[in-house]
Write a protein that binds this ligand. Sequence first.
Ligand SMILES: Nc1ncnc2c1ncn2[C@@H]1O[C@H](COP(=O)(O)OP(=O)(O)OP(=O)(O)O)[C@@H](O)[C@H]1O
Ligand SMILES: [Mg+2]
Length: 474
Amino acid sequence: MVEHLARLTTGVPGLDAILGGGFVEGASYIVQGSPGAGKTILSNQIAFSQAAGGHPVLYVTLLAETHDRLFQSLSTLSYFDNMALGDKIKYVSVFQCLRDEGLDSVVKLIREETQRQSAKLLVFDGLLNARDRAETELDVKTFVAAIQSQAAFVGCTVLFLTSTRLQESNPEHTMVDGVLDLSDELIGERAFRRLQVRKSRGSAALGGFHQFVINDDGVTVFPRLEAFLPAPSIHNPPSSARIQTGVSGFDQLTGGGLPEGSVTILMGPPGSGKTSLGLTFFSLASASQPALYFSFFETPERLLMQAAAFGLKIKPLISSGAAEIIWNPLTENIMDKLAHQLLDAVKLSGVRRLVIDGISGFERAAVTPGRLVEFFASLTNELRALNVTTIMTWEVRNLFGNAGTSPLPDISALLDNLIVIRTEKKDSTTKQLISVLKLRNSAFSPSDFELKFLASGLSIASVDESGTSQIEEG
Ligand SMILES: Nc1ncnc2c1ncn2[C@@H]1O[C@H](COP(=O)(O)OP(=O)(O)OP(=O)(O)O)[C@@H](O)[C@H]1O
Ligand SMILES: [Mg+2]
């Protein structure tokens, strides 16, 4: 039988999932990273979360001054609670004890305080300084082992914070049960923080890097999506139902609409009507089919104006809670943050109609574009499993041309349906021609149709009827 170890939850959004449920109770960890990487903010967040859950914490520092400056900087964070200080979280400096009496006395002092406090969590902020004080490697080993064994004895979890990146051959590394690495790096002009679990005994952690942010709420980690969701979180039998797009005439072409729970890519050049079509699909939101418009380009206000131009009434749907618009401007986004935000919103409202306008918003947020295919595979698999019918727009300049080195073409293999809009200029008129290139498990009409933008909404007309000559290929 597989044993499940008791866990100490961190209270840090995203981190428990990465650690496989939290830290192992009574185990010890090194939290390492360069100055400013976030070790103190992270470990205090865990401490306050434990204290809020009624578990006493001992926070040991090597600060020469009082803890007032530490409290001052922590007081700007939402998790900070003055009331928890002293009673639930006890801050102790062992600076003097270490200087005057050495490591042995520090061990003794920590043992006494841990017992007095009945601490469930011990944070030792400054392992590096303890290392400096140690005369030989053996001393450090003895110190860490002593803290570890007394903590394990009383079921207290230990975090050793250190600001140098310890080599894996360092004795501390081999002794502790886990190592968390926090880093703050530059890629191009952009700085980003990421976390890696380098070692985790007794449990499988999500491997690789996970981006995180520090803001007024402290640390929030965004588990790398393809590691977090290697397979869909639930299993729904595939549906044979159809979901209407609302584009007049289009649903007849596709046997009643898009297959429920399928993912559609809507490709087209700028201004060809991708957003208009997405809004039409979105406007069929109802209490039984909640809709989400996940936008990167247009603001909610502009989307509402654009929808109103086709007579689509979206405001009442938003007021009633049937529809929601989430807008993330194309600034410094984090791809996994976007994905978690999207999936959380989908689950929260039971979204059945989803528009992502457009997928380049994710692509631009990718720090390592090489993982886009895996990322989209796990995102779309999850959306299908949740039975969400999704339209993702994809802006292309040269429809049948080579899209260069962009990894997006690989992504099209992951999709169920492909709809293309082309802009055709003839004489002095511009027409939008729409065609279905792929439709999951369905027959469809492969011809081109004209996409018409009427005050009463979008509709399609056959190319011959609308008076356009046959489109030339090539
Ligand atoms: N409210 C806030 N919003 C955004 N970032 C913040 C906020 N408060 C602090 N930070 C960032 O958190 C970082 C400080 O983190 P912290 O003090 O936990 O680092 P550390 O790893 O403990 O560093 P050291 O090794 O020097 O002790 C700084 O980089 C600072 O920019
Ligand atoms: Mg610190």
